[in-house]
Design a protein around this ligand. Structure first.
Ligand code: CP
Ligand code: NVA
Length: 308
């Protein structure tokens, strides 16, 4: 049994195995109704708690459906309705939940909440997004890229806009899967230095390019995300929008990249802000495959964590 806390904390060989299993499990249930049990039900007799301290559509539904397809049972808990949101410590919550459930997935604000949960729980803990990272998302993204264009190793990925939590996990993935990453965004919204250092230490190239059009030249994959994340203050909205507007992914920008480039966004998207509908709904967009693959990737992550 093991946790899934971040892409840089799981061995690269395990990450590859997880994606291999995700692809096989996806293929095995192609065209089946969503509620059909998998032929193999490795989560039978397992109970999974899904805790949310922030809103969610994809993470919430894909984990829930994934547990059920594998024969397990799940419960969705809102942090604010638990004693956790009213002063009970994370350590005590972790110890108590470990007496009831076999695995915990948590979406929270401060990464320390996740880390403390993992430290005190005696069952595996999965990171469903913190202010700092979003590893499950990037596992689905790598899976999606590889389904369409083969191995991501050696490819040129361009992150456009805010160097946020999703960007940090992309940098971890650059190091683990061996692709290069160019960040194009304003200087005061650059990704954290630690993640850039991590990717470089692992041998990946990380570039910073202020000019969005130059950044995407020769890109294999262009990725962006919202200009205001769930942990950002609403009062920062106007300032951030002004800073990030030059980094909108639109048809003009895609033209600078060329036909080879594909586009991804973890969603939810804010159409006509960071991404235009023409790109989002256009032929180079993989966003809905990406959303679907959250389900398949996370099913394999859960099996990895439980060792089943
Ligand atoms: N991409 C993602 O994590 O979406 P949700 O916030 O809807 O879970
Ligand atoms: N960066 C976004 C990702 C949402 C899935 C946020 O944290 O709100």
């Amino acid at each position: 049994m093991t946790d899934f806390l971040d892409i840089n904390k799981t061995d690269a060989s395990d990450l590859h195995n997880i994606l291999g299993q995700a692809k096989a499990m996806k293929a095995a249930r192609a065209d089946q109704p969503k509620g059909t049990l998998d032929a193999d039900t490795p989560l039978a007799n397992h109970m999974v708690a899904l805790i949310f301290e922030k809103p969610s559509t994809r993470t919430r539904v894909s984990f829930d459906v994934g547990v059920r397809q594998m024969g397990g049972q799940s419960m969705i808990l809102s942090g604010s309705e638990m004693q956790l949101g009213h002063g009970e410590t994370i350590a005590d919550t972790a110890r108590v939940l470990s007496r009831y459930v076999d695995m915990i997935m948590i979406r929270t604000f401060d990464e320390n909440v996740l880390l403390e949960m993992a430290e005190y729980a005696s069952v595996p803990v999965i990171n469903g997004l913190t202010d700092r990272t979003h590893p499950c998302q990037i596992m689905a993204d790598v899976m999606t890229y590889e389904e369409h264009h083969g191995s991501i190793k050696g490819k040129r990925v361009v992150w456009m806009g805010d160097g946020n939590n999703v960007c940090t996990s992309f940098l971890h993935a650059a190091g683990q899967f061996g692709f290069d990453l160019t960040f194009s965004g304003p200087s005061n919204l650059e990704p954290e230095a630690e993640a850039i250092g991590y990717a470089r230490e692992k041998g990946s190239k990380v570039y910073i390019e202020r000019d969005a059009h130059k950044a995407v030249e020769g890109a294999d994959l262009i990725v962006t995300d919202t200009w205001l994340s769930m942990h950002d203050k609403q009062s920062a909205r106007e300032r951030r929008h002004n800073l990030l507007r030059p980094y909108q992914v639109n048809n003009e920008l895609l033209a600078s990249a060329g036909d080879n480039a594909v586009f991804m966004h973890c969603l939810p998207a804010h159409r006509e802000e960071e991404i235009t509908s023409e790109v989002m709904d256009g032929p180079q967009s993989l966003v809905f495959d990406e959303a679907e693959n959250r389900l398949h990737a996370q099913k394999a992550i859960m099996r990895h964590c439980l060792g089943v």
